[in-house]
Design a protein around this ligand. Structure first.
Ligand SMILES: Cc1ncc(COP(=O)(O)O)c(C=O)c1O
Length: 396
């Protein structure tokens, strides 16, 4: 049978990175391509104790259906953390537990987007969110990301050029893929612009806790008095992504609608992993685990940057992130990073070409993303040395 797929899904194409991910799990390759957290940060011993305890002592709570909003004590624990650590949450806000931040973005899109509505995205941006907006037949409009975040003048002109902008999607802290962080000034300006134009901001912040030097720029949600920011957070990078625990905080009206959307999506996030997250927050050392991840990634980032300083030609520029797990590299104009990627694959080194993170994925792109979270120091150094040689050869 010839299956006729929906128009929505026809917008989402398999990309050049499919080939990369096919080999990224092959141990003979050095993969600087993924976005996975390091398994060394998974508190598996503690989590297995918690799971065993709940399954033995509280099988009904662990295995029965739960409520769509999420396990109430977990919701309260997350709200407390957000209030104490990020100064987030007003009496008009509510919080839903979602099956990863990705689901939060999807539920919000489902509630807000009609076909043809415009979503403003940073360019480059997270492929999972871009594909989500594409799947709702939204029109994506890109705004460039500078060292201190989104270009606000460009944002204002893109809003003026497009009638029906519904959402501005931003990853302001340790952005995926650029590693950049938006300044406080720009966050305030972005908020003002969105408010003036009646646009919802999705503030996606899965990497915010992974600061290397402890510095934190206030979240956009922390000055959201009008309920226009949906804050999406996740335990994927600070606990374990396979648990699929994320959360969204936004105005009660939007969260209420997202609850209805979640009912027809997966009913609720699995109870057993919600209980594990709750118990870990309450009775184990989540902050200690975050600290461990921060130190590990600060070290790995340093190893990668030092190797890049040594092996990359001067013409290739790169970001020096202060947190998170990605570095963004840019070749001189006229080069296409896919060519670099093909050469490197022959040498068994993989990374993600920049076009993957763009609104127009077909257009050649002279940037690419490197990840340092999963390889050991030796493989990071070796991978960068090989990449440096390829870059030197191609750009001379
Ligand atoms: C920017 C960004 N947002 C959201 C997600 C989704 O994370 P999860 O669904 O595991 O919470 C990711 C995952 O890599 C990401 O990089």
């Amino acid at each position: 049978m010839n299956i006729t797929f929906s128009e929505k899904m026809s917008k989402i194409k398999g990309s050049a990175i499919r080939e990369i991910f096919k080999v990224a799990g092959d141990p003979s390759y050095i993969s600087l391509a993924g976005g996975n957290p390091s398994p060394d940060t998974f508190p598996n011993v503690e989590l297995s104790k918690i799971a065993e305890k709940y399954l033995a002592e509280n099988p009904v709570l662990s295995l029965q259906y739960g409520v769509t909003e999420g396990y109430m004590p977990l919701r309260e624990a997350v709200k407390n953390r957000l209030r104490n650590r990020e100064n987030i949450g007003t009496e008009n806000d509510d919080l839903i537990i979602v099956s990863g931040g990705q689901q939060g973005i999807e539920l919000c899109s489902k509630c807000l987007l009609n076909e043809g509505d415009v979503v403003i995205v940073e360019e480059p941006s997270f492929i999972g969110a871009l594909n989500c907006f594409r799947s709702f037949n939204a029109k994506l409009v890109g705004v460039s990301v500078e060292e201190d975040g989104m270009n606000i003048e460009e944002l204002e002109s893109k809003i003026a050029e497009n009638d029906n902008v519904k959402i501005i999607y931003t990853i302001p802290t340790f952005q995926n893929p650029s590693g950049n962080t938006m300044s406080l000034e720009k966050r305030k300006k972005l908020y003002e612009v969105a408010l003036k134009n009646n646009i919802i901001i999705i503030e996606d912040n899965p990497y915010g806790e992974l600061t290397f030097d402890g510095e934190k720029v206030p979240t956009i949600k922390s000055f959201d008095t009008e309920g226009i920011v949906l804050y999406a957070g996740s335990f994927s990078k600070v606990l374990a992504p396979g648990m699929r625990i994320g959360f969204c905080m936004g105005c009660k009206e939007l969260i209420g609608k997202m609850v209805v959307a979640k009912q027809v999506s997966d009913v609720h996030t699995p109870m057993i992993t919600q209980l594990m997250a709750y118990e870990f927050i309450e009775n184990f050392d989540l902050d200690g685990n975050i600290e461990k991840a921060r130190m590990l990634y600060a070290h790995k980032c340093d190893v990668m940057i030092k190797a890049m300083d040594k092996h990359f030609p001067d013409t290739v520029k790169y970001t020096k992130p202060k947190g998170g797990i990605f570095i963004w590299c840019t070749l001189p104009e006229g080069f296409d990073s896919i060519d670099v990627s093909k050469e490197c694959m022959k040498e068994k080194v993989v990374f993600v070409p920049g076009s993957t993170f763009m609104v127009d994925m077909e257009k050649p792109c002279n940037s690419f993303r490197l990840n340092y979270s999963t390889m050991d120091d030796e493989r990071i150094e070796k991978g960068i040395e090989i990449l440096g040689k390829v870059l030197t050869k191609l750009t001379k």
